[in-house]
Design a protein around this ligand. Structure first.
Ligand code: HEC
Ligand code: HEC
Length: 196
């Protein structure tokens, strides 16, 4: 009886036309565990973690698949990729693809951006103008990602530690081997600065 009264009282408190909250957004619940590292709605604020907000669904799914299978080694991402593959990666990918991208607050060096812009002519053929990415070439957008994350990935490619031995990435890795680390840092600053 008491329980009934409580339920009735609660029902009276909740308006019949309750507004939709974030958990009503498809994919929100499945994507919730990602926010611990990737920030609220995929808007990562840390320099070492990629921003997921606005990431094309095809690329997010490919990355999850690569981590889950161990092809792209990452102690952080392997367990979460396996989990999200079981939960359903399509909803999670669609959720992040539709989140609004917010500019990263991390400061960038102007001289590094200018040098990086010059060096980036060798990247545009695959990553498109302004680092927008090109699904036909399998390239993700680089624009607006944190410089620390971009630089780290370039160094992993250079050392063949990201997706080691992947035949599709031979040309990219050969290119990275020919670029010195200070230039890689400039490239990272340039791509991070785009879309801000
Ligand atoms: C424990 C922290 C942590 C959690 C939780 C986490 N991630 Fe990550 N994520 C990372 C780190 C660190 C990287 C960069 C790893 C690397 O070097 O490849 C990353 C990379 C990624 C990438 C690759 C992006 C790119 O540009 O290639 C995707 C996609 C991704 N995470 C999606 C997710 C999703 C979806 C979830 C939730 C199911 C999730 N992550 C949960 C830490 C985390
Ligand atoms: C031959 C084509 C090609 C060229 C040229 C190329 N890339 Fe890429 N790049 C790729 C592909 C393909 C991927 C996706 C790899 C994957 O799926 O794991 C990639 C991924 C990346 C990533 C990882 C992004 C992320 O979200 O994890 C960075 C950073 C990157 N490239 C930087 C560069 C820079 C800087 C240049 C120029 C110096 C460059 N690339 C030139 C093909 C290329």
């Amino acid at each position: 009886m008491q329980a009934f009264v409580l339920v009735a009282a609660l029902a009276a408190l909740v308006p019949a036309t309750a507004a939709a909250g974030p958990v009503d957004t498809p994919g929100f619940t499945k994507a919730f565990s990602c926010s611990a590292c990737h920030g609220s709605a995929g808007a990562a604020r840390a320099d070492a973690v990629p921003i997921l907000a606005g990431m094309p669904a095809w690329y997010l799914k490919k990355a999850i698949d690569d981590y889950a299978s161990g092809r792209r080694p990452s102690p952080e991402m392997e367990p979460f990729s396996k989990m999200v593959t079981t939960l359903g990666v399509d909803d999670v990918a669609a959720y992040f693809a539709t989140q609004k991208r917010e500019a990263s607050p991390i400061k960038l060096d102007r001289a590094a951006i200018a040098s990086g812009r010059t060096a980036a002519t060798q990247c545009a053929g695959c990553h498109g103008q302004d680092g927008r990415g090109d699904q036909a070439k399998g390239t993700p957008p680089l624009a607006g990602q944190p410089a620390g994350y971009l630089l780290n990935q370039m160094k992993l490619f250079k050392a063949d530690k990201r997706s080691p031995g992947d035949a599709n990435l031979t040309a990219l890795k050969a290119l990275m081997k020919g670029v010195d680390d200070p230039t890689l840092a400039n490239l990272a600053a340039y791509y991070a600065s785009l879309g801000r």
